[in-house]
Design a protein around this ligand. Structure first.
Ligand SMILES: Nc1ncnc2c1ncn2[C@@H]1O[C@H](COP(=O)(O)OP(=O)(O)OP(=O)(O)O)[C@@H](O)[C@H]1O
Ligand SMILES: [Mg+2]
Length: 250
């Protein structure tokens, strides 16, 4: 990838500098060109909803930001708090505080809830202590001796988020955290995400449940066929029926 310095300190709408800046990101699965020049900024402590139809490229964009090898990012820059993530491997990005919670949650079989969390803390940078994680997710505290994969879907999502916070996370990338969950559980996770935001953690929230995501998010970025078609406030999307119909089918 290019390491040429672009203006990664570009100020965003309300003039605060970006904490995370994605600049002209292009990524491929083999020959398939999927992420086609994505640029957007996220300010510190902000929740940005990354939305778009099925196949728009949301998961691929998150994976490219987390520096996973597939899709392969071939062009563009990713700056986090002034650090050039585009020059780094995924484990280095993770060390600096980039955490991806994938759609399938990846709870480790054969380990209890507590063992899943302790495994995340096996090496620095260590984040929240277990006591604080159980305070944030009381259900996990009640079930800490239960095998992780026997938790309900909502509890597994909580464990996946808690495991990210068990490391010293600065930017949380969440891929469809509400998928398959009852509205009452979505309420619970939504409250937790608001508390995480209060701690100054920056979040990109990918969701099919766009209305729920927009209610929580400060801003929204909409993707369509691997490119950005909207970047603005969440309120603008909620108030723009034509935009919602065209790109979000809501
Ligand atoms: N491993 C892969 N190899 C080849 N093509 C892929 C791969 N993963 C995804 N794609 C393609 O990339 C495009 C974007 O997929 P992606 O999963 O990023 O979309 P998405 O916006 O997350 O969709 P959804 O809402 O269904 O999760 C799709 O056309 C998809 O078929
Ligand atoms: Mg996806």
């Amino acid at each position: 990838m290019t390491t040429a310095t672009l203006d990664h300190s570009a100020a965003t709408a309300d003039s605060a500098p970006a904490y995370l800046s994605i600049r002209d990101l292009h990524a491929y699965y083999g020959e398939s060109y999927i992420v086609q020049g994505v640029s957007f900024d996220v300010r510190e402590g902000e929740i940005v909803a990354l939305l778009g139809r099925n196949g728009a490229g949301k998961t691929s964009t998150l994976r490219a930001i987390a520096r996973l090898s597939s899709p392969e990012a071939k062009q563009g820059e990713i700056w986090m708090n002034g650090q050039p993530l585009h020059t780094m491997a995924s484990h280095q990005a993770s060390q600096l505080g980039m955490a991806l919670v994938p759609e399938d949650r990846r709870i480790i079989a054969g380990l209890t809830v507590e063992e899943n969390l302790k495994l995340a803390q096996i090496a620095p940078p260590i984040g929240w202590p277990l006591s604080r994680l159980y305070e944030l997710f009381p259900r996990l505290g009640e079930r800490k001796a239960q095998e992780g994969i026997t938790l309900s879907g909502g509890e597994q999502q909580m464990l996946a988020i808690a495991r990210a916070l068990a490391r010293d996370v600065k930017v949380l990338l969440l891929d469809e955290p509400y998928e398959g969950l009852a509205p009452v559980i979505v309420d619970e996770i939504e409250k937790t995400l608001a508390l995480i935001k209060e701690q100054g953690i920056t979040t990109i929230l990918v969701e099919q449940n766009a209305v729920r995501a927009l209610k929580l998010a400060d801003r929204a970025v909409i993707l369509d066929t691997g490119g950005i078609v909207f970047d603005g406030t969440a309120a603008e999307v909620l108030n723009n029926a034509a935009l919602r119909a065209e790109y979000l089918a809501i």
